[in-house]
Design a protein around this ligand. Sequence first.
Ligand SMILES: Nc1nc2c(ncn2[C@@H]2O[C@H](COP(=O)(O)O)[C@@H](O)[C@H]2O)c(=O)[nH]1
Ligand SMILES: [Mn+2]
Length: 370
Amino acid sequence: MSNIIRSVSPHVSYIASEHTWIEGKAIQQLETTANLPDMVQVTGMPDLHPGRGYPVGAAFFSQHRFYPALIGNDIGCGMSVWLTDLAVAKQSLDKLEKRLGNIDGPLEEHLLADIPAEFSHCYSLGTIGGGNHFAEFLQIDEIFTPFSALDKKRLILLVHSGSRGLGQAILEAHIREYGHHGLEQDSPESGDYLNQHQHALDFAVCNRHFIARRIMERLRTDGQQLLDIAHNFLQKTSVNGIDGWLHRKGATPSDRGVVVIPGSRGDFSYLVEPHPDAESLFSLAHGAGRKWMRSECKDRLSAKFTVDQMSRTHFGSRVICRDRQLIYQEAPQAYKPIDTIVDSLQQAGLITVVARLKPVLTYKTSGETV
Ligand SMILES: Nc1nc2c(ncn2[C@@H]2O[C@H](COP(=O)(O)O)[C@@H](O)[C@H]2O)c(=O)[nH]1
Ligand SMILES: [Mn+2]
């Protein structure tokens, strides 16, 4: 375990095997963040990559004060996993795509009555959003550890989305007023942020629920939720007997049962059982993590692959993405290989792999943009 959890300095470490690609800039960002006042420990996950000022794929533990900027704009972003009643064997990709149609618009009229009152004015509820958000059908490729809920004959639905414009508005207002200094715990400002943060977390859970519901309705099926877990959030907690604030930015909690670690639309995703551990700040990778910046993807790929070719993967799965920039930005090539991520977590003793999932159909957006 010791050579997988690498120490950069007494307060900074990251988890990586010899095969895990970690960019130097991301480690520099870890160190910069560790120098913030009252920061106690900073740990990078194997999917660590540089972000805008602060790294993504990391957990940060502070005392006395916390830093909303570390959580970022997509407060509550996370993954939910459903075991649907759709039989793997019977599916035609054409039929799935046709029935799914366009789910970028407001929720269907008959679902509006079920929206909790606190979110009834949020028109983005039930929509996936841009960037790396997606909804994906997957099939179980292999089960490694018995997990009663799994059934190889049924399709899995994975939803990745967050708090949409709400989280963005909370962060913008916070930065306008307080910059990047963080907030003293127990101050009125920190109480205000925590209330808004909770509201965004609740919205994100509700959003993923309605996305899954509308998708399953379109496909005339039902399903059972296996998990819903956020990877961008703040938690008041205790680590090694110290009370403080655990910030997760692209880090999945390891103390809440089975989680999913997605790869990309052209790679496997894994269901894993975490082994909670203080050294990793009770966190795991939340995905594969970017290898290429968004801005470089189209230049690197468009001469080699047409949009049509990008809409299929080597698994034979299909990608619905009518945004010609986004389809390149989110290409499988832009992400680290998921097996290097999962292997390092396994070698560090932080997970037991439950199942490997293979993409069947990935939905990004039906909106036509050039
Ligand atoms: N199975 C899929 N996984 C994907 C896809 N696009 C991205 N990803 C993975 O999700 C995480 C999400 O990162 P975040 O920082 O935006 O929360 C990313 O690291 C990838 O590994 C996809 O289409 N299908
Ligand atoms: Mn996310």
